[in-house]
Write a protein that binds this ligand. Structure first.
Ligand code: 6GU
Length: 246
């Protein structure tokens, strides 16, 4: 998969050399290109922002550098990437969205700063490529850079070959299937007793059916405690008698 990222702070993306995503780049599974938006400015101050029409606080990113940047990174006569624009006014980013994006050949992330990018940029881009305006949640970041790091990690680990098969994604919270709409419960490793706290006995029992049942109960309880609204999204067809008792 190819990823292009356009930002006025290319230094923000140094972490993409590290860990899982860094390894995926070195093995050729991910081809990441970070671009400095200011390289598409032409004035001495390399200006990317201006005051908002209609008044109000803050600054808005000018359309001209963005137009040139998108033309250069996604040429109008070539194959179109999906343009992903992180913004608190976007659609909520979900595990399902991460999985859809992991199936794309080419993603282009456009990081806004200040009060956002002149709205004509996305409107024009949408005439020639699919566009997703995406939010990470109900809070405001100072810019899209950290949001892109989050999305690239969520997407990258779903690309076949990026995770070792030791770390399967099927048991993740929110993973499609059994864990859809559920939070993962507690996990344990050795030693069996630590500071007087024993690992739940059932996990040492070797009874895999009983362990699976226990894990599902723990996931249901944790979801009820931390995200009760998610329980309403559980497929009633997939709830068994035991689930209802938990
Ligand atoms: Cl994706 N971007 C920005 N700038 N702020 C956010 C966000 C994204 N998601 C939540 N807050």
């Amino acid at each position: 998969m190819r990823l292009d990222i356009i930002s006025i702070f290319p230094e923000y993306f140094a972490p993409l050399d590290v860990s899982l995503i860094g390894k995926a780049r070195r093995t050729g599974l991910l081809d990441v290109h970070v671009h400095d938006l200011r390289s598409w400015t032409h004035d001495r101050h390399r200006t990317v922002d201006d005051t908002p029409y209609g008044g109000g606080p803050g600054m808005v990113m000018k359309p001209e550098p963005w137009g040139e940047a998108l033309d250069a990174v996604a040429p109008p006569d070539g194959p179109a990437p999906r343009l992903v624009v992180p913004t608190p006014s976007g659609r909520p980013f979900t595990q399902a969205m991460a999985a859809e994006m992991a199936a794309e050949e080419h993603l282009l992330f456009a990081c806004g700063r200040y009060e956002g990018i002149d709205s004509r940029v996305v409107a024009e881009a949408a005439t020639r490529m699919p566009v997703s305006e995406v939010s990470l949640g109900d809070f405001v970041l100072a810019g899209g850079e950290v949001a892109v790091l989050v999305m690239v990690e969520a997407i990258g680990r779903l690309i076949p070959g990026v995770l070792g098969n030791a770390e399967s994604v099927t048991d993740d919270s929110f993973a499609p299937g059994a864990m859809e709409s559920l939070l993962e419960g507690p996990v344990y490793t050795k030693p069996p007793v630590w500071r007087d706290r024993a690992v739940p006995e059932i996990l040492l029992s070797g009874n895999h059916g009983a362990i699976a049942r226990w894990r599902r109960d723990q996931a249901l309880r944790r979801t009820a405690q931390h995200r009760p609204e998610l329980l309403g999204r559980l497929d009633p067809e997939k709830l068994d008698k035991h689930d209802r008792k938990v």
